[in-house]
Design a protein around this ligand. Sequence first.
Ligand SMILES: Nc1ncnc2c1ncn2[C@@H]1O[C@H](COP(=O)(O)OP(=O)(O)OP(=O)(O)O)[C@@H](O)[C@H]1O
Length: 300
Amino acid sequence: MNGLGVRTEKLTVRFGDVPAVDSLDLRLAPGKIHGLLGRNGSGKSTLAATLAGFRAPSDGRVLIESDEFDQAREPYEDAIVTSRVCLIRESGDLVDSAPVRHVLGLASSLRPYWDGDLAGELLDKFEVPVRQRVQKLSRGKKSALGVVLGIASRAPLTIFDESYLGMDVPSRNLFYDALLADYAEFPRTIVLSTHLVSEVSSLLEEVVILDRGRLVTQAPVDSLRGRGASIVGPAALVDELTADLIVLAEQRLGGTKSTTVLGDLDDALLAKARSAGLEVGPVGLQELFVHLTGAREGTR
Ligand SMILES: Nc1ncnc2c1ncn2[C@@H]1O[C@H](COP(=O)(O)OP(=O)(O)OP(=O)(O)O)[C@@H](O)[C@H]1O
């Protein structure tokens, strides 16, 4: 299993007259971990639901590609596609009155690649009681149950739509570790929709950034990080070197300053930085994200 590929062509999803997703052309390569990043209301959940076939496009289309299909298929109301796509949302989409073990039984009957042993191990790690009814679980444990269902489903396209926001930091770290470990063994296409950019940035291979339903950028994480630089050293030297550059972020601790700038440093500037003993490194994804989606006049 290599995962499903995803393509959208001029995809638009409207609520009334308002486009939540607006004429989006996108390609998600199979077998990679993609970050779907955007500020609140940027259209992430709407896009995730449309890719998973939970929602029909208003215009344009979603195409799901697989070696198993003769041709690309549209996910909406297509049982073959939807059995291979798993969308985990924060709301959980779970039957509240059922005990956890019934939820697992349902997943095992619906999910062709389900691994029940893995689900059991992960529920132990997250300390989710399997005899408990879903409605009696705390918000964090409900989220943990959701992510366990997402990982153990091993769906060729698995989308986590901020499904781990209810979990505390140790639980989220457990989720990231469990996801990476299972992905390393069973590569598939994974989409993590989030605004917790710094937390997930080390997991991601490709990033899609949305703003007001439109595509801001889609790129491999490494190439995004190459779009800027961070310069660290004595404050006066850093200020002198960055005076003519676009500054994204600055941090100061005593006499030391770290400044993040946009754009490539030319060779002369790099040489000057190094000879002055300044450290030059890649830009953080979080800083770039804030810059690319920052509040502007007229922002909703
Ligand atoms: N069911 C709905 N009815 C009407 N408008 C909606 C509905 N769902 C979403 N919207 C609108 O569509 C836009 C995109 O919302 P969406 O939930 O997809 O964004 P998001 O990036 O997932 O946001 P968040 O990070 O806050 O969850 C918003 O303007 C939102 O108000």
